[in-house]
Design a protein around this ligand. Structure first.
Ligand code: KIV
Length: 269
């Protein structure tokens, strides 16, 4: 008999925060990786618009389209039995007006079967967040370094290092909680601020470069597996060096083909 899987819901994440149990999250963009992540017990799988960088090779996340996010989202959802799947709303699909935002979010939810969407920003996008949540779609916020606004800020430096920016970030975080977001990603901010916000809020905070005193952590899968090599912020821990390992495997394959070592008799019909 198959064991019944207890699905991770936004309520489960909330309970984890109350218990003080840390939440683990990673990005995924395809079926095979999502299946591995889910099988080992990750709580949140984010279909991030970082697909723009690590899958498509763009410099920023700006070119990502709704169709592309839906394509990746569908593949991930097909693999997942337990984790909460969250899909990033790409640049240009929610900043214009709240009705457009709602339509984009509905499209994502209907076509992928995911459980939630994520979007970047605070006060500036409050109408969109409000409208999406009032349609019954769970929203994850994203504050601090918001890569879709890279051209406004001009760099990927640590955010909210001065009093004014820190105050705005705290106010935005409170606002997102008030609007009904179920969690907030805090990207590249001082650890002390990450801790302060996590203490103030009753919803979970998920940090990426926000220190250890937030409620959970997220990394981009290709970065933590060492598939990417040219991105090395301080917060990134590489758990593997897949770039080199894959190169070794492919080189061995090429040699075997050239030297008639592959296929062997055992590998023939
Ligand atoms: O797109 C993404 O991968 C993200 C994470 C960095 C949180 O937003």
């Amino acid at each position: 008999m198959q064991k019944e899987v207890k699905k991770i819901t936004t309520k489960v994440l909330q309970e984890m925060k109350i218990r003080g149990e840390k939440i683990s999250a990673l990005t995924a963009y395809d079926y095979t990786m999502a299946k591995i992540l889910d099988e080992v017990g990750i709580e949140i799988i984010l279909v991030g618009d970082s697909a723009s960088n690590v899958i498509c090779g763009y410099e920023t996340t700006i070119p990502m389209t709704l169709e592309a996010m839906i394509y990746h989202g569908k593949a991930v959802v097909r693999a997942v039995k337990r984790a909460l799947v969250v899909i990033d709303m790409p640049f240009g699909t929610y900043q214009g007006d709240s009705l457009e935002a709602l339509k984009s979010a509905i499209k994502i939810m209907k076509k992928t079967g995911a459980s939630a969407v994520k979007l970047e920003g605070g006060e500036e996008v409050k109408d969109s967040i409000k409208r999406i949540i009032s349609a019954g779609i769970p929203v994850m916020g994203h504050l601090g370094l918001t890569p879709q606004s890279i051209h406004k800020f001009g760099s990927y430096a640590v955010r909210a290092t001065n009093q004014n920016e820190a105050e705005k970030l705290i106010n935005d975080a409170k606002l997102l909680e008030k609007l009904g977001c179920f969690a907030i990603v805090l990207e590249k901010i001082p650890a002390k601020l990450g801790e302060q916000i996590s203490r103030i809020l009753s919803i979970p905070t998920i940090g990426i470069g926000a220190g250890s005193k937030v409620d959970g952590q997220i990394l981009v899968l290709h970065d933590m597996l060492g598939l990417t090599t040219d991105f090395s912020p301080r917060f990134l821990r590489r758990y593997l060096n897949l770039y080199d390992l894959i190169k070794i495997a492919i080189k061995n394959y090429i040699n075997d083909v050239k030297n008639l070592n592959f296929p062997s008799e055992k590998e023939e019909y």
